[in-house]
Structure formats: C-alpha cells, structure tokens
Design a protein around this ligand. Structure first.
Ligand code: FAD
Length: 459
C-alpha cells in the first residue's frame, strides 16, 4: 500500500469507539460511520426511560468523543450494504473504500415475527425508545388523573413488562419505586402507589443468565418492591392496552418489551454464515471467512469462549473486541502473526432498583445493598472519560437521596395505545383477526435463544 491504509468502522457504539480510539494511534486513516450523531451509554437507558436522567446525560456526540484524533473522520450516514470483493461500504449517500473494515452495528429489537407489536410495546435500545417509554409511563398517570377527576371512574393503572432479563428487571424495579415514592403527594385523584407492575417471563426464572440462587434473590427483591413476577408465563398476544397470556386477558396502561433482541441486519449482508438471531459466526481473530480484512465485533458477532459458551451481548465484550481488532490491524501492518481473541470476564451485575441488585464474580455472589454498591462503583468507573460523568453522578445522587425524578417531561403525542377515556375499562380490542398473532412454542424457544440481553453490567 503506498497510501495510508484506510480503516472504515461501522457503528459508534461500545465496540466501534473502542476500536477507533486504539486504531487511531496507528499510521492509518479512519472513518467512523454511524446513523446517529451520538454514542449512547445503553446501561443507563432505563434511567432515561423512568425519568431519572435526561438524554444528554447518557449520550454524547461521537464527533466530540473522537475529537482528539486528527486521523479520524466521523460521518453521519446509514450503511445499507457491502461489496466485499471491491472492498467497499455502501451507505445511503456515499460509497466508501477501505483496506480494513470493522463492523460494530450492534443489535436491534426482536418481536419474533410480530413486528406489529413494536408500536404497542416499545423496547429499550435507543434514546428515542427511552423517551417514548418515558412519555407513555408519565402520560398514563396524567390520563388517569384527568379521567378520575371527571368521572371517578379510571381503573387501576397497570404496567406490564414483558421479559425478565436484566432490562425487564431494571425497568420493573425502577417503575415500582417511582410509583411508590417519587410521585407521592402530586396527584389528587389517583394514588400512584396503587399502580400494578407486572413482570412476565417465559422461562422459569428471571435473570436466567445468573445462578438459580441469584435469580431467586432478584425475584424476592422485586416482590419486595411491589412487582408481581410471573415466570413460566408466555405472552401470546398484544393488543392496544391489553396483553394475553393464553386465554387470560390483562389490561395494561403501558406495555413494555424487554423480551429479546436480534443482531443488526447488516450481518446478513455479508453473505457469510450467521446464527439463528443473525449474528455473524466470526473466526477466532474476529474476521469473517475468506476476508481477513473484514472484522465483526460486539453484539453483531457470535463467538464461543474456550469452554464453548457463547459470549454474551454486553459492553465489555464489545470493548475488548474493539481493542483486539485494533491490535490485529497493528500486527498486520507490521507483518506479525495474528492471535485469537479471549474474553476476560470480570463478572456480572444487574440492578433491580434503589439499593437492590445482584452480582456474580466467578463463584463469588452478592445480592441486595452490597451488590448495588458494587453496581454503582462500576458505573462510576465506567463513566470515566464520558462527558457528563460528574453531572450524571450529581443528578443521580440527588434523585437517590430525594426520590425526585428531575426529567419528568412529557414530550410528543398525548395518545396512549388502547386508552379510551371514560370507557370504564381501558384495554382496547384484541389483535385484529386475519393476523394470527399467537406465538407458537417454537417462538417461545426462539425468544429464549435470542442474544442474551445485557445479562451483565460492565466491570
Ligand atoms: C437497555 C440496555 C441496557 C444494557 N445494559 C448493559 C449493562 O448494564 N452492561 C453491559 O455490559 N451491557 C449492557 N447492554 C448491552 C450493551 O449496551 C451492548 O452489548 C453494547 O452496546 C454492544 O456494543 P456494540 O458496539 O456491538 O453495539 P452498540 O453499542 O449498540 O452500537 C451500535 C452502533 O451502530 C450504529 N448502527 C447500527 N446500524 C447502523 C447502520 N446501518 N449504519 C450506521 N450505523 C449503524 C448504531 O447507531 C450504534 O451507534 C445493555 C443494552 C441495552 C439495550
């Protein structure tokens, strides 16, 4: 090569940023492409969804994060395809040539063939998702207050969260807390404390990626917070304001989806083998078959560890893989041999609510307050280098001490699916006939087979 090698990185998430920062130290020209102008700190999205933090506190412009590296350009663009034989990335407005390509486009929601559920039960992946969840939750209280002031007839508010993985558990625990504490004394016609929070999980236990003992403790902590946990129950239909478990119909003011994610569709564009959820089956050095210059990392990559266990879709995996790929590019440039990627698992943490969490560090397990302190400590560490670390910590400590939720703004539409004012019962019509919205047992299985969604907190 008589020009500086050109490295194109698709995705400015955890994997893409870690690769970019390290690779920028090499004599290369780097382009980072993302369809958003910002990096999102996804582990704290639930705080935005439950009005604890504002979006700007957990997201920062990618351009700003990478500003110190003069050999990195950042492009706001959506990648749609690849021409691997021409070494080209096809984006909406541009075609980019590369010598090395790193694809870190992450994961997306999976509704297991029921995309129509997306509008009824939003998932949590982006800032937009978090704001939509916040809007629905806050709006439900406002509508109930208004309805009760007019007719004394609004039924009990009911929030249904589908999926008992870390995101579902986090959302259920935090929602229970805000209804029990944060909204005290603010409403005159409803009692937010009476809000029913229902967490539905298809498998026999919540936080299935953890030990049985920790799952049991997590469930206990959730119940203590006032969450009704229903394990071994599978949602079979969702309609506006209503959820079905088999023949049981559950009215729901707000339905949230935390049941599964699938890999970014870009994985399937590479024409190489992918697993059941669309993750690319990468080689031990994270490249793809027959294209040693193309790497796939993070949530989009499927790789097993030395014990044959699939690496989880968590930030530390993406970050370590980003570093690894940068090191591999360095080796290639210096004609040194490549090695194989090894994940250093430092442990897992899942938060349940205020002062409630579970933690697993190898054989060592923690739950309750100590686990929560560990979780907090890890987040402080992890936020280092992130723009608003101090602000986040101040805001967070404030809402922790006072139960105040500073970001309780309703923006956007004032409509809630299935909410019919003065109708006596909320929870509209079942899924329209013609579209068989039932999930089969195999769908339930595929739900469990989806990428394990953030079973860990980064350490
Ligand atoms: C709600 C939630 C909570 C989580 N909590 C934790 C946690 O506590 N601990 C933990 O370790 N992990 C957690 N995770 C998982 C963790 O965030 C992911 O494992 C990690 O973000 C994966 O990094 P990535 O770089 O592969 O993808 P991402 O960080 O998702 O980044 C992908 C990037 O690619 C961009 N992109 C996608 N498609 C295109 C395209 N076609 N063109 C251009 N750009 C594109 C996206 O805009 C995005 O910026 C959580 C995830 C979620 C959703």
């Amino acid at each position: 090569m008589n020009h500086k090698p050109r490295v194109v990185i698709v995705g400015g998430g955890f994997g893409g940023l870690s690769a970019a920062r390290r690779i920028a130290k090499l004599p290369v020209q780097v382009t980072v492409i993302d369809r958003k102008n910002h990096h999102t700190f996804q582990p704290l999205l639930y705080q935005v969804a439950t009005a604890g933090l504002s979006p700007g506190e957990i997201a920062a412009p990618i351009r700003w994060i990478l500003r110190a590296h003069s050999n990195i350009e950042v492009l706001l663009e959506e990648v749609s395809d690849f021409k691997l034989n021409n070494k080209q990335v096809i984006a909406k407005e541009k075609v980019l040539d590369y010598d090395f390509l790193i694809i870190a486009s992450g994961a997306t929601h999976a509704y297991f063939g029921h995309d129509e559920w997306a509008a009824l039960a939003p998932g949590l992946k982006t800032i937009e998702d978090a704001l939509e969840i916040r809007r629905r939750v806050l709006l439900a209280f406002e509508l109930a207050e208004r309805q009760n002031s007019e007719s004394q007839g609004a039924p009990q508010l009911q929030f249904v969260i589908i999926g008992g993985g870390p995101t579902g558990v986090e959302l259920a625990g935090t929602l229970a807390e805000i209804t029990r504490h944060a909204m005290n004394h603010e409403f005159r016609n409803i009692d937010p404390k009476q809000t029913r929070i229902l967490l539905i999980e298809g498998s026999p236990r919540v936080l299935a990626a953890y030990s049985e003992e920790l799952s049991r403790k997590a469930e206990e902590q959730l119940r203590r917070l006032g969450v009704e946990v229903r394990t071994s129950h599978t949602v079979t239909r969702i309609g506006p304001g209503v959820v079905w478990i088999g023949d049981e119909r559950i009215s729901a003011s707000v339905v949230l989806w935390a049941a599964g994610v699938a890999a970014s569709p870009l994985g399937r564009k590479l024409g190489v083998p992918v697993d059941g959820v669309g993750r690319v089956l990468v080689q031990p050095d994270l490249s793809i078959p027959n294209h040693p210059e193309v790497f796939v990392i993070g949530d989009l990559a499927a790789l097993r560890d030395e014990n044959g266990k699939m690496l989880p879709g968590v930030a530390p995996v993406a970050i370590q893989q980003g570093d690894w790929v940068a090191e591999t590019v360095a080796r290639d440039l210096e004609n040194r041999p490549r090695g194989s990627f090894h994940y250093h698992d430092k442990g897992s943490l899942a938060t349940i609510g205020r002062a409630a969490a579970v933690a697993q560090f190898g054989k060592f397990e923690l739950s309750g307050y100590l686990a929560w302190l560990a979780w907090l400590f890890v987040h402080i560490l992890f936020l280092i280098g992130f723009r608003n670390r101090l602000l986040v910590m101040i805001q967070w400590s404030w809402s922790y001490l006072t139960y105040e939720r500073g970001a309780r703004l309703i923006t956007g539409s004032d409509e809630l699916p299935g909410w019919t004012e003065n109708a006596g019962e909320r929870g509209g019509s079942p899924v329209q006939s013609g579209g068989d919205a039932r999930l089969s047992t195999s769908t339930i299985e595929s739900a469990t087979a989806a990428i394990p969604r953030s079973p860990h907190k980064p350490i």
